[in-house]
Design a protein around this ligand. Sequence first.
Ligand code: RIB
Ligand code: CA
Length: 314
Amino acid sequence: MRTKILIDCDPGHDDAVAILYAAKHLDLVGVTTCHGNNTIENVTRNALSVLTLAGLVVPLAQGCADPLVGRKALVVNAHGKSGLDGTDLPEPDRAPVAAHAVDFLIDMASTHRGELVLAVIGPATNVALAIKKEPRFASWLREITVMGGSTALGNITPVAEYNVWCDPEAAAEMFACGAPIRMAGYNVTSVTGTNEADVNRLLGGGRVARHMGELLAFYLGKQRDRFGFDIAPMHDVCAIVPYAQEGLIEYRPCHVDVELNGRLTRGMTVCDLRTLTPQGRADRGVGEANALVAIRTEARRLIDHVVATVLSYS
Ligand code: RIB
Ligand code: CA
C-alpha cells in the first residue's frame, strides 16, 4: 500500500519537484501552503499551477502569511519575484478549499489517523498552530518528515537554514511535539542537486518535464550566482524520497532543538551528534533523540531517480 502523505510547502522550485515526485510514488492526499519563499498568495498560486500543469487532482488549503512571531521577512531569494520564476506555468484550474491550512491539517491527520506522513518543506508555521490547536494532532501522525535545519552550515545565515530561520518558534514547537521526526537538513540537501546535464535531460522530455527543466535552469543560475554552485539543490524532495526509495539517505538518531535568542544564531538547529554513553547523557542532562537526522545521501542515484520521475510525466 502506498504511503499516505500531505505536503506543507512554499513553492519554490524544489517544492514543485517534491510535489511531482510525491504524486507519482506515494498517495498524495493533500497540499497546504505557507509563507516562505514568497508571499502566501504567490506560493499558493504557484502550488495550484504545479498541480494544474501535472493534472493532479489533490485538495489544497492555503495557510499562514506570517510567522508565529514578527512579520514575514520578504527576502528576494533564489526563486525569483513570483517565487517560481523561469517558465510560464498554466493559470490554476481550481481554487484552494475553504478550510484554512491549519484546520485542513488537523482534519486530514484525524481522517488518516496513524497512517499520515506530514512533509514540512517550508516554514513550520501551519504545523505549529495545528499542534497548539489540537493537542492530539502530533499523536495522530505516523511521522513528520522535514526539509529544514542543518547539522552544519546554514544558507540564509552562516548557521541557519531558510525554512527554520523564517519561523524558529514554529520549528521549535515541531521538534518538541513528540511525533516521530525525520530531518533532511541543508548539510545533505545542499550537495544533492540537479546539474546542467539533468536540466538538459528535462528540457528534452514531455510538457511537464520541459517546464520543470526551464524552472530548474533558472534556479541553477541563481544558485551559481549566489553560492557558486554547479548544482541546483533539490532540498525538498530529500524529505520525500525515503518513503518511495530506501537506501538513498543515511540517518542518525539525534536530539534537535532550535536556537531562538542568539544574536548571530537565531534559527540554528542544534543537532547533538555526540556519541555520548547513557552515563554521559545523564551527566550532561542531554535530551533523548527526537529525530532521525540525515547525515549522507547517495546524491547522484537520488537525483537520477528524481529526474526519471519528472520525465515520466507526459
Ligand atoms: O533552505 C532550503 C529551503 O528553503 C527549501 O525548502 C527551499 O524551498 C527554500 O524554501
Ligand atoms: Ca520549500
